[in-house]
Ligand binder design. Structure first.
Ligand code: SF4
Length: 494
């Protein structure tokens, strides 16, 4: 029998569904007998913030213990043996979403290092905008980097600091970095949490019994039954040790620039972020969209799952029935090896299917959270039309995404973004819709409780929509030329 041979086609990232991708979730806990198990649960709740790798480091009073692995939390921290190998009452953990070419175990956090003062494990969510510049100067001064992660920059800065104690050293390091970061760190005695001065990425404080918890989102507190205490303030450094909790404000106060995209897409809808319930904000955006760009229609249909709350808000405001006209398959793996171009062309239907009965002959308002490259939108609209929709009107719960993020979100280059290449009419034609509307800046800001966007000093970071980057982009503007960060390639590295 003749052996079939298929052309070598790289796996298609089925869940790479034309969204920006958050890069990390962090979790830390101290004074709890089941610290590692609780950290695994917390990371499980934060899985949406990073699916490439996960890691936990614990401290048992004598020694640090580490387990880091590529893949999901549930695949790597699902056995009692693994949890038992992470003893102690203090632990920190991290979920990572890495960009391709950077998927190596040496980059999986938490990173650990031995210092003059003892051990320190560290994990961070965000992106340092002067990491390359700092790395170059540290390498020039003899530092030997073991990873290509910007998190390691903190380690070398802490090591070289003249501070007389660990908190002083951490503060010294923080004062040299620029960019967006929410980090958790752990020494033999202290659990430390910090948000950058602008508070771009989230970090919350919780408590269960005597144990304190730091986590990227409140959903990680809910899963372990912990009480939400408060958000860590922008620029605040929290230290928890046997003497209790201490708060430091090492930076001069600056305007807060929380990432508005957390509300639109990144955060889990059941999380409360900076005193706003994310699900409610998304519904508010939908209602604003309905007010701003109403259209006569028979049904409001979300692109699941992320478009659901905004579609509900739209439907309620417009008084149009809400229907799940598209069903999402939740069991599609992260990648799906497709043996032929023909199957590859099936594309989005691996993940979404039309629920034809609710689309046929209908004027459909299709609600999604964003359009990045536009590839998914084209396929979804095609599918809805093939199911017999009479009209398709697309409503997007973010402004046009026309710029890359440099603050910890994995994004395509600007010229790959549909909104940077096309005007509205061209987008309508390319996507194949009867009409297309995006939420306005003021509508978005109203949904988050502001009267309008303050165009002189915007209350949030919205740079991927506006192009106004609130934090200095040192590496991009005057940093060293991008260089190969490491000569080492690990087995299995993407
Ligand atoms: S550029 Fe966009 S995604 Fe990045 S931090 Fe700002 S609002 Fe968030």
């Amino acid at each position: 029998m003749q052996k079939l041979s298929f052309p070598a086609i790289p796996p298609l990232p089925v869940l790479d569904d034309d969204h920006f991708h958050d890069e990390c979730g962090v979790f830390g806990i101290c004074r709890h007998v089941d610290a590692a198990a609780h950290t695994a649960l917390g990371l499980h709740a934060l899985q949406h913030r990073g699916q490439e790798a996960a890691g936990i480091v614990s401290y048992d009073g004598r020694q640090f213990h580490s387990h880091r692995a590529m893949g999901h939390v549930g695949d790597n921290f699902n056995s009692s043996d693994v949890i038992a190998s992470l003893p102690g009452e203090m632990a920190i953990g991290h979920n990572r979403y890495s960009t391709s070419g950077d998927k190596a175990i040496r980059n999986v956090q938490p990173l650990f290092a031995e210092f003059k003062f003892g051990g320190l494990a560290i994990a961070h969510n965000g992106n340092l905008t002067n990491a390359r510049t700092l790395r170059k100067s540290l390498v020039d001064r003899g530092c030997i980097f073991q990873s290509t992660s910007d998190t390691e920059t903190f380690i070398h800065l802490i090591a070289r600091s003249d501070g007389t104690n660990v908190v002083e050293r951490v503060i010294d390091a923080l004062k040299q970095v620029e960019g967006a970061y929410s980090l958790v760190a752990m020494t033999q005695e202290k659990l430390i949490g910090v948000r950058d001065p602008h508070g771009v990425r989230p970090l919350v404080l919780g408590k269960t019994g005597d144990a304190y918890i730091l986590a990227s989102e409140t959903c990680a507190l809910d899963i372990i039954g912990a009480e939400y205490i408060r958000d860590i303030a922008p620029g605040e450094l929290i230290v928890i040790d046997k003497n209790g909790m201490h708060s430091y404000s090492p930076f001069a106060p600056v305007q807060s620039k929380f990432c508005i995209f957390e509300y639109i897409y990144f955060a889990r809808p059941d999380s409360n972020v900076e005193n706003h319930n994310v699900y409610q904000v998304r519904k508010n955006i939908g209602a604003e969209l309905a007010r701003e760009s109403h259209v006569e229609a028979d049904v409001v249909v979300p692109v699941p799952d992320s478009g659901v709350p905004a579609a509900l808000g739209y439907a309620e405001q417009a008084d149009i029935p809400f229907e799940l006209g598209i069903i999402r398959n939740h069991y599609v793996g992260r990648t799906f090896i497709e043996p032929s171009q023909q199957i590859r062309n099936l594309g989005v239907r691996l993940k979404h299917n039309a629920n034809g009965r609710y689309l046929e002959g209908k004027r459909v308002v299709l609600v999604d959270d964003s359009i990045v490259r536009g590839t998914t939108s084209v396929k979804i609209v095609d599918m809805v039309r093939a199911a017999g929709a009479a009209e398709v009107h697309m409503r997007i719960s973010s402004p046009p995404t026309a710029h890359s993020c440099h603050y910890g979100i994995d994004t395509p280059e600007s010229d790959e973004l549909m909104a940077s290449r096309m005007d509205l009419d061209e987008m309508i034609k390319t996507i194949g819709v009867d009409s297309l509307a995006f939420i306005s800046f003021d509508g978005l800001y109203r949904a988050v409780g502001k009267e309008r966007r303050d165009n002189d000093v915007p209350q949030f970071c919205d740079a991927c929509f506006s192009g106004e980057y609130p934090l200095r982009l040192t590496d991009k503007v005057d940093g060293p030329e991008p260089a190969q960060l490491s000569l080492l390639r690990e087995r299995g590295q993407g």
